[in-house]
Design a protein. Structure first.
Length: 656
């Protein structure tokens, strides 16, 4: 229907009369005008004029003679139909003939009126116009309904969020929108063949059944896309009726990216918190260790000096040895604390980890005992690492001992090496990682594994799950400190009941392996040279002075830089060695050394310190050409180092 039918104008009916006989036309017109308000009445006699009339204006009813010589009611009906109009069509005829009437009604006429009974005409016209108006009203309502349905379909289809309608009983997709097709990758046809169960992971199905049976869900669930990937989707749904069926309208908002971003943020915050915590504990540990080293220097050295004075059978020997023993254990713990605090002195070189591990194999196997099988899995042509070899040995020892402790009933331990490149993505996810080539060393055991709680605290100093007296909880914190100070990274994989794999990553370095330093032979540790001793801690100064004097040295002393200059100025003879503490208030050992060597060229320098200090080291790495003795001091180590420095061939610019 292309043309809208307007209601009857208030002025009266508009009638199109198809009639060839003037008399009949007059008759019919009179009848119509008698019973009806007629605003317009046009008479036509052939198809062309009739088309013309219908084209030019609107009519409410057609009254047509049955048979015209060249143009009958049937043809007139055809014209109306062609025009796409729903016009009531009433036929008038001079004769009655049942066959004719049936044919006319079949062709679409609304009524058939004998000209001999024209009294029926007016009521028939009135009825038909009324019914036609009602039909038009219904049609209008229908068109409106269709238009609004189309509008809503369009809203559904153009929604930027994937949406669909599910059959509430079969869970089949009854309708999906374009966003769903586009986002999920299934075609409309594929959707039409699926139920929502097909896009949910199998383990979700029981929950899905419950949700469908129960209240409308608003939840985050997993959906499988056409390409097989799973996405996290925030689903909102409500019950609707769709084409008469109980259905559910579902809105699916893909929140995968948001959840991933939230997770990544949470992880990096957690890592940051963790590393800040370890950092704080580290500086605390470093500070404590510094003071401890001074006290331990005193304890260990006097114990050693007293032992040197006692005769072999003296009953006091055992007591002093106990003191010395306890002092050594405390020194070891202090060393570990320093390692964790990344404040110990590292002397890194180019190291071949395969060779280093191979050199430890016998000792490690002995450490593990008969019930534990040790296998070495070295990667051929492994790159070289840049680290302090002694410290790396310490790391391997600590890890292997932990592996042994995790295998009370025996099992397997392996040590593996590999070249690994830690990329930017990995660095972004792991705090403190510098991207680049690394050498990896992994110690893996088939032991007890760790629970979440242990994993969260394992690197903290003094965290141990071992019974009192069995573990100090310093093993892994030392490993962590050494690796971090070496610019590396530690990672751990552990499955409760299955085992643990601890990996350390050390920065790799091109080049040939450096030779390990040779331990100096135990020669004569005495000397006659003049040594200027600068140390702010009185007990330590007295101790060092006493050790050096007992061994023949001439000792000048100062408790800070200022005093040292004074001594230097007043003392006319040669000074062979400046022995200075590194960390002192006001003026560091480094500054003292720079100024004094300026005053006395050729003066040799030996630094003593409880921990690293940036004036002579960088990131805990000793500047080359600097001689250094770590605290706690023991008489033997002190005398040996002093001789080493004094006996070294003179090298211009070597001293400071
Ligand atoms: N290979 C491993 N398997 C299972 N748990 C481990 C492993 N390595 C470390 N742990 C856990 O981490 C804790 C801390 O280890 P860490 O080496 O720091 O201390 P410790 O071994 O307890 O004591 P210490 O090493 O000072 O003697 C251990 O007590 C243990 O619970
Ligand atoms: Mg341990």
């Amino acid at each position: 229907m292309s043309r809208a039918i307007t209601p009857v104008p208030p002025g009266g009916l508009r009638i199109l009369l198809v009639e060839d006989s003037d008399d009949d036309a007059a008759l019919v017109e009179r009848e119509l005008r008698r019973g009806l308000a007629v605003s317009q009445l046009r008479r036509v006699q052939d198809a062309a004029t009739m088309r013309d009339a219908l084209d030019g204006s609107e009519y409410d009813v057609v009254v047509s003679d049955w048979s015209l010589p060249s143009f009958g009611a049937a043809a007139a009906l055809e014209v109306v139909r062609e025009a796409g109009l729903d016009l009531p069509f009433i036929i008038t005829s001079g004769t009655i003939d049942e066959q004719t009437a049936v044919a006319a009604l079949r062709a679409g006429a609304r009524d058939f009126i004998l000209k001999t009974n024209l009294a029926r005409l007016v009521p028939a016209v009135e009825r038909e116009v009324r019914e036609s108006k009602a039909r038009a009203g219904h049609r209008r309502a229908d068109t409106d309904l269709h238009a609004s349905e189309a509008r809503y379909r369009e809203l559904f289809d153009n929604s930027p969020l994937p949406m669909w309608v599910l059959d509430r009983t079969t869970l089949a997709f009854l309708a999906v929108n374009a966003a769903a097709v586009q986002h999920y990758g299934y075609s409309r046809e594929e959707f039409a063949r699926m139920t929502v169960e097909d896009i949910r992971p199998a383990e979700d199905l029981p929950a899905l059944q419950q949700a469908v049976a129960g209240a409308p869900e608003s939840d985050v669930v997993w959906h499988r896309k056409h390409d097989g990937s799973l996405i996290a989707v925030e689903v909102q749904s409500r019950d609707v009726s769709f084409e008469g069926r109980p259905a559910r309208l579902v809105l699916a908002h893909d929140v995968t990216a948001r959840l991933q971003a939230e997770e990544a943020l949470r992880k990096s915050e957690e890592q940051l918190r963790q590393s800040q915590k370890l950092e704080a504990i580290g500086s605390l540990a470093g500070g404590i260790a510094h003071d401890f080293n001074n006290m331990l220097s005193v304890v260990l050295s006097y114990a050693s000096l007293v032992l040197g004075e006692l005769k072999p059978g003296d009953p006091l020997r055992a007591d002093i040895e106990e003191i010395q023993h306890a002092g050594e254990r405390a020194a070891e713990m202090t060393r570990q604390l320093l390692a964790f605090g990344r404040k110990q002195m590292l002397q890194p070189r180019v190291v071949d980890l395969n060779r280093l591990v191979a050199g430890m194999e016998k000792m490690l196997q002995r450490l593990l005992g008969a019930g534990i099988d040790l296998s070495l899995l070295p990667t051929a042509k492994l790159g070289k690492a840049f680290a302090d070899p002694g410290q790396v040995e310490q790391i391997i020892m600590n890890l292997v001992v932990n592996a042994r402790d995790a295998l009370p009933r025996g099992g397997k331990v392996s040590i593996e090496t590999a070249d690994v490149v830690l990329d930017a993505a990995y660095a972004a996810q792991h705090a403190g990682v510098t991207p680049g080539p690394h050498v990896m060393l992994a110690v893996t055991d088939s032991g007890t594994g760790m629970d979440v709680e242990t994993l969260a605290h394992m690197f903290e100093p003094f965290f141990t799950t071992k019974e009192q007296g069995k573990g100090t909880g310093l093993g892994l914190s030392t490993v962590f400190g050494i690796v971090k100070q070496s610019g590396g990274h530690v990672s751990v994989d552990s499955d409760l009941g299955r085992g643990t794999s601890l990996k350390i990553f050390l920065p790799s370095r091109e080049g040939e392996e450096d030779d390990m330093p040779q331990a100096p032979e135990r020669g004569d540790l005495r000397g006659k040279e003049t040594i200027l001793l600068v140390e702010d801690e009185e007990q330590v100064r007295v101790l060092v002075r006493s050790v050096l004097r007992r061994n023949g040295y001439n000792v000048l002393e100062a408790q800070n830089g200022g005093e040292a200059f004074l001594v230097c100025e007043q003392y006319d003879a040669r000074i062979d060695l400046l022995l200075t503490d590194v960390v002192m208030p006001r003026m560091s050992g480094r500054e003292v050394a720079v100024r004094l060597t300026g005053m006395r060229p050729g003066l040799r320098v030996l630094y003593v310190s409880g921990y690293t200090e940036n004036s002579i080291v960088h990131q805990g790495v000793l500047d080359s050409g600097v001689s250094f003795l770590a605290k706690p001091i023991t008489p033997e180590a002190l005398l040996r180092k002093v001789r080493e420095v004094l006996d070294a061939p003179a090298e211009p610019g070597r001293s400071a």
